[in-house]
Every structure is written in structure tokens, then in C-alpha cells.
Design a protein. Structure first.
Length: 129
């Protein structure tokens, strides 16, 4: 199961990320930043955690150090994750509808493109329904 987590570097910057294996992620985090890091918060998610991670990053906005590291308090990081979970879960129907609309639009484009053959487009007469 994947987790959304908050990790803190020695200099105080916080990372909001996703990992399946938190202990391995902490070891990698130390190597990546060449500092000590500590895991401060983690919550397991059954749903896809990446939209939640992305939304949390967006909510933390201009407080980014670089990438997924932010100059925020632990409280701010957890609040962003909580808000992101509510945002993504609350918009699940909207996301599904948008995916269906994109699929329908792609199918319509494919159907219409079947008329575009040879030297130029074939005239298609539409009938108002």
C-alpha cells in the first residue's frame, strides 16, 4: 500500500511525497539531499496517491524550495495533504466525467477523421436532430 508522507530535512524544509516503502524512502532521502531526514507523518491510501500528492504540492504553492521540498511547518504540510484528499475525493465524479468526455471527444474525432481521406475532406452533411 502506498503512503503520502511528510519528511523533514535537517535545515527544516519539508517534503511531501508518495512511497510504498517508507524506510527505504527515508534512506534514499538522506542520500539525495546529503542531510539527515526524518519521517514526521504518513498516511496509507487505498486510492491512487499521486493526484493527492500533486494537489498537496499545489496547495503549498509558492513555498517550494525545490521540487517536492517546501518551507512550511508540519501543520501546514498535513493541512495541505488533508485538503488535497478532500479535494480529490470530492471531485471524483467530476474527474470521471472529464475522463468520459475526453473519451467521447476522442471517439468523435476518430469517427470524423474517417471522412478525411484522399486529396481533401469529404463533405459531410449533418442532419439536425
Amino acid at each position: 500500500m502506498k503512503h503520502v508522507y511528510v519528511m523533514r530535512r535537517t535545515d527544516g524544509a519539508m517534503k511531501v511525497g508518495v512511497s510504498r516503502q517508507l524506510s527505504r524512502r527515508i534512506r534514499r532521502g538522506r542520500a539525495e539531499v546529503n542531510q539527515e531526514v526524518e519521517l514526521l507523518f504518513a498516511t496509507p491510501l487505498k486510492a491512487d496517491p499521486y493526484p493527492i500528492e500533486s494537489a498537496a504540492h499545489w496547495f503549498l504553492g509558492g513555498k517550494s524550495d525545490e521540487g517536492e521540498w517546501f518551507w512550511v511547518t508540519l501543520h501546514d504540510a498535513i493541512a495541505a495533504i488533508t485538503r488535497a484528499i478532500k479535494h480529490v475525493e470530492g471531485n471524483k465524479e467530476t474527474h470521471l466525467k472529464m475522463q468520459q468526455d475526453r473519451h467521447d471527444e476522442d471517439m468523435s474525432r476518430a469517427w470524423l477523421s474517417s471522412f478525411w481521406v484522399g486529396a481533401g475532406p469529404t463533405r459531410v452533411r449533418t442532419v439536425a436532430g
